[in-house]
Design a protein around this ligand. Sequence first.
Ligand code: NOJ
Length: 762
Amino acid sequence: MTESKRLFIAACLLASVVPAFAEKDTKEMDMFIGNLISRMTLHEKLGQLNLHPGEDIVTGNPQASNLGAIVAKGEAGGTFNIMGAEKTKALQKLALEKTRLGIPLIFGMDVIHGYQTVFPIPLGLSCSWDVAAVEKVARISAKEASAAGVCWTFSPMVDIARDPRWGRMAEGCGEDPCLGSAMAAAMVKGYQGDGMKGNDEIMACVKHFALYGAAEGGRDYNTVDMSRQSMYNYYFPPYKAAVDAGVGSVMTSFNTVDGIPATANRWLVTDVLRNQWGFDGFVVTDYESIYEMAKHGVGKGAKAASLALKAGTDMDMSSHAFLDHLETAVKEGKVTEADIDVAVRRVLEAKYKLGLFQDPYKYIDPEREKKELYTEENRKSAREIAAKTFVLLKNEGNVLPLQKKGKIALIGPMADNRRDICGTWSMMAVPSKYKSLLQGFRDAVGNSGEVVYAKGCNFHEDRKVDRWFSPYSASLKDERTEEELIAEAVEVAKDVDVIVAALGEGMQASGESASRCELTLPETQKRLLEALLATGKPVVMLNFSGRATVMDWESEHVPAIMNVWHGGSETGDAIADVVFGDVAPSGKLSVSMPRSVGQIPVYYNHLPLGRPAGNDWKGFQVFRSNYIDKDHRPLYPFGYGLSYTEFEYSDFNISSTELSDNGEIIATVTVTNKGDRKGDEIVQFYTRDLEASVSQPVKTLKHFERISLMPGESRKVSFHITPDDLKFYDYNLEYVAEPGEFLVMVGPDSERLSTLRFTLKE
Ligand code: NOJ
C-alpha cells in the first residue's frame, strides 16, 4: 500500500471518530495536522500554499498552465473558478491518487451574489437593509455552489466605498460601517451555515483586506492613503464583523496600507487581524499580489515571498511566488521552515474544518449539481429579494405604480437584454433560462394590455467605451445610427399611455477594473431620454447601475426614477412586480447619490466643520465649505428611498436623558402607514457625540429596523442605547465611550431626522 493510501485511510479512520469540527475538538485536529505536516517535504508544504488559477473564468492576467499536471505534482493546495462538479471531481481524484500524501484540494470561486440563481449585486442587496434576506442569499448561493463542487467562496466583499467612480462599489455594501457590518456578518453566516458541517455549507472569505474601497480617484488598483482613525472607525468595522461572525478566511487587497502592500503588511495581517481581532483562519492573497509587490517597488522573488509569509499571509493566489521562491528563501535564511509550517497548518486546518479529510468529495456530487441549481424555490427567493432592493428616488404625480392595462412602451438598451441585467460576477448565470425585462413586463400585463419595445440606443456613443459597458456589446450593438434608433423609439412610443426607459450601465460598466470618470448617463442614452420626454408622455426611468450615478438632470426632468441596480436572474419579474404595484418599493440608498462627480467623495457620516455651509443651503456662501457652481449636498442622501405609501414618524422619546456607564436607555418612535396600501419602511437611528477628544461625525447610523405595515397600522420601533453604542477609536486607538452630551436621531433617511439629547454620565 502506498504512503498516500495509508495516510488517506488513517485520515478517514481518524475523522470517523472525530466529532464534527464545530464541537471544537481542536485537539484532534491539531494532532492530525501535526502528524501530516511531519510527513511532508518542504516542496509538498509549498504546494499546499499555492492557489493555482483555474482556466474557466479568468479574473486576472491569464496564465497558461496545465492545471492537471500541477495538481498531480502536488504543487497546488487548491484552485479556483473551475466550473462544474465533473471537473472538480477529476482534479480531486488527481490530488488524491497521484500525489504522495493524497491531500485534498480546496476549490474556491467568486460566488458573489449567487451561483446559477443570481441575486442582485451586493450594493443592491445592501439597499434592502434586510439582514435576514441577505443571509438567505448567501445560504442559497452556498447550496448551489457546493452542488457544483465549490467549497470556498471569495465573498463577502465588504470594502467601504465612498467614491462611485470605483466600479467595485457594486460588490460591496456601500458607504456605511454599521450597515456594512450587519451585511458582512449575515453573509458569513449564510455561507458557512452551521460551522461548515453540511455538504452545502462552504467557507467564506472576507475581502479585500484592507481599505481597497478608498483607492484615490476611484481608480481601481490605485494608491490608498488613510489615517488610522479612518481605518479603525470607518473602514475596518465590516471586516471585523466578518471575523467576529467566524469567517474562515481573509483575502488581502491589492493596495498598499501605509505604503506597504497589504499582502506583506505585518501590522495589518498579524497585529490587527490576528492579534487584535483574534482571527484564526487563513489568509490568501488576491490575484498575483505577491508578484505585484515588485511593481509596488518593495521587492521581488524570494524577498517578496518572504515578506508576505512573514506578514502572516498563508496562501498565494496566482503568483507562484511561494512555490518558486520560498525554498531559496529558507536557504538564504529569510524565512524558516517553521514559518512555512505555520502557514501550511492554517491551510490544512481550513481543509479539515471543511471536512475534506473526512470526505474529499463532500462538495462534489454531479447528481446534486443536476438537481439543485436554479430551482423554482431559489428563483422565487431571488425574485422576492430583488424587489426589495430597488430604490424609488422620485415619483411625481404618482406615475408609479403603472396599471396592467393600456399601452406601455419599454425602451432602452436594458429593456430586452438578458445578459446584462445580472451585473458583475455572474459567470454562472444561464441567460437562456431567465427572462428579459420585456418578457417580465409582458407576462405581468398578459392580455389586459400591450407592451411595445424599441432599443432606442446603444449603451454608449463611443464604440470603444460601449464595448466595455457590456462584454456582449458586439452582439448587442445595433449598427443603425443614433438618429435612426431614437426615431424608431419615438415612433413606437407615439401612441402609448406611458413610457418606461430602461437605461444605465451594462454588466461590465461596474465591477472590477471598471472605474468611470463620468457618472452621468452616456450622451446617447441622455438624448434618447430627452426625445422620450419630448413626446409629452409620462416617463418612468429605471436606472440600472453598479454604483451611485449622477442623475442631476434626470431628477429635474423625469417624473419617476427608480434605481434598480443589477437585479440578478429574476430581474424581469421583480421589476414588473414593483412597477405594476404588486410589491411596493422599499429599498433605501446605502450610498449617497452625488449631483456631480466634482463633489466626490460625498457621504453622510462626515465630520462637522468649522465653516459648514449647512443643510438649508440656497446658494453659494462665501468663506463656507461649499461650491460656487453647484450644491455641495448629495442629490439623494444615504438612507433615502420612497414607497407607494407614506410613513409618519411620531412620539419619538427616550426612557431617560441620562445614561450611566453600565446602563441602557431606550429611544422609541411610532411609525404609521398613512397610505392606503401595504408597505415596508426602514427605520433608521443615528447618534452624534457632540464633544469628544477626537471630532466625531455629524451623524452615525447605529440601528435600523425593516418593518412591514398594513394601511393605517402603527408600530413602535426601539433602539436600546448602551455605552457600547457610543464607542469610537480615539487618538490612541483605544475603543472608548467618552462621557458628555449626545444626540439620538430617528427618521426615514439620513436627512429627515427628529432629534433628542441625552448625557452619558462619568
Ligand atoms: C481578483 C479580485 O480582486 C478578487 O476579488 C477575486 O476574488 C480574485 N480576482 C479571484 O477571482
